[in-house]
Every structure is written in C-alpha cells, then in structure tokens.
Design a protein around this ligand. Sequence first.
Ligand SMILES: Cc1cc2nc3c(=O)[nH]c(=O)nc-3n(C[C@H](O)[C@H](O)[C@H](O)COP(=O)(O)O)c2cc1C
Length: 194
Amino acid sequence: MLITPKHTIDEALSDVKSQLTRAAADNHHKMRFFSVSTLDLDTHSINNRMVVLRTFFNDWRVRFYTDFRTQKVLELKQNPQTSLLFWDSSKNIQIRMKTTAIIYHNDDLSKREWTHVQGEARKSYNSRLKPGSPIASPDEAYLWPAELSDEYFTVIDCIPFSLQILQLNRQEHLSLVFTRTDPAHEWNGGWIVP
Ligand SMILES: Cc1cc2nc3c(=O)[nH]c(=O)nc-3n(C[C@H](O)[C@H](O)[C@H](O)COP(=O)(O)O)c2cc1C
C-alpha cells in the first residue's frame, strides 16, 4: 500500500511522483510499463498498448519511445489527446492520466535521446518493413539494414492535465483526482469516493 488514510493530499501526490520517477530508472519496477490509449479518428475507435516508461519529469511529463511508422504515431498526429494507465501490483495502486502528446522526430531532442539507445536495442526502430505490415511468416519481420539509424526513432512526451489515483485497500479504497490547466501550475484536487 502506497497511500494511507493518514496521508495529506500533498504527501499522496509526492509519493506517487517519487514512485513514477523510480519506475523510469528501474527495469524491475512494477510501473515501468504502462498503457497508452489513443483515438483513431478514421474508425472512431480507441486503441491502447503497453510501452516502456523512459523518463518521468519533475513537471509530471511522461516520456516513451516508438517508431514513427506505427499506428499510434499516425493517431497522435491527428489527435494528441491520450490517456495513460499505470498499475503497481505490489502496492495495489492504479494511476490514470489524461495527457496531451508531443511528437519528437528527426529533431534535436530525438537525436539526443537516440544516443541513449545502444546496440541491439536500436533494432526496435529499424525494421525494414513498416510495423503493422502483413507478412507470410514471422522471419520476414527480422530484417534490419546494416547501418541502424534514427530515421524512424521517435520520442513521445505526454503532458498530463488530469490525474486520478486509486489505492486499493480491501473495502476501504482511497481515491484522489487532480486537474491543472498548465504544466507549470500545481495540481488542484483532493479525495473522492473511490
Ligand atoms: C511490455 C511491453 C512494452 C512495450 N514497449 C513499447 C514501447 O516502449 N514503444 C513501442 O512503440 N511499443 C512498445 N510495445 C509494443 C506496443 O504495445 C505495440 O504492440 C506496438 O508499439 C504497436 O502499437 P500501435 O500499432 O498501436 O502503434 C510494448 C509492448 C509490451 C507488451
């Protein structure tokens, strides 16, 4: 249990923030992987998928990496509204965020981040065939150019404007909601009925 009834609102926020900061640095942290939902405006349907938390910033910005050719980037270009979901099964805590995504591709920031992606990990952003392409057999996906480049490497930053924390605790769950209009502002909110 991370949040207890004795927590102040500020303590609850601060504990969640420090867990997310640790998750970005620790491969074994339960919140290292999270789900990102996007809206497909063509079909008016929602897609979600797991990604790796790469950085969690002091202003609660959430960073992950992807390939520019993926469906999620197509959707984010059309509509940057995203929803993130974190779950820590060791602490029984769920974190939900509504965010606005910013795409960094082929720019200074993505080139700087690319230097953190080393060796074989670079293959994840270098498949010869576009992610999502139909293939006759799995082998066809494992083709990479001799030179692994950052051509498709993309950094996505999600800026939260709404935050919901749910701490499970038998029959006495705890929940808090917050909003903010600007990432430079403090979170406004408090306890709600779970
Ligand atoms: C645990 C886990 C972590 C993943 N991490 C990433 C990631 O950091 N970036 C990414 O683009 N895809 C990641 N994936 C794959 C995505 O979930 C998804 O299948 C892929 O990116 C294609 O999604 P899209 O077609 O919706 O764009 C991960 C999948 C799992 C199961």
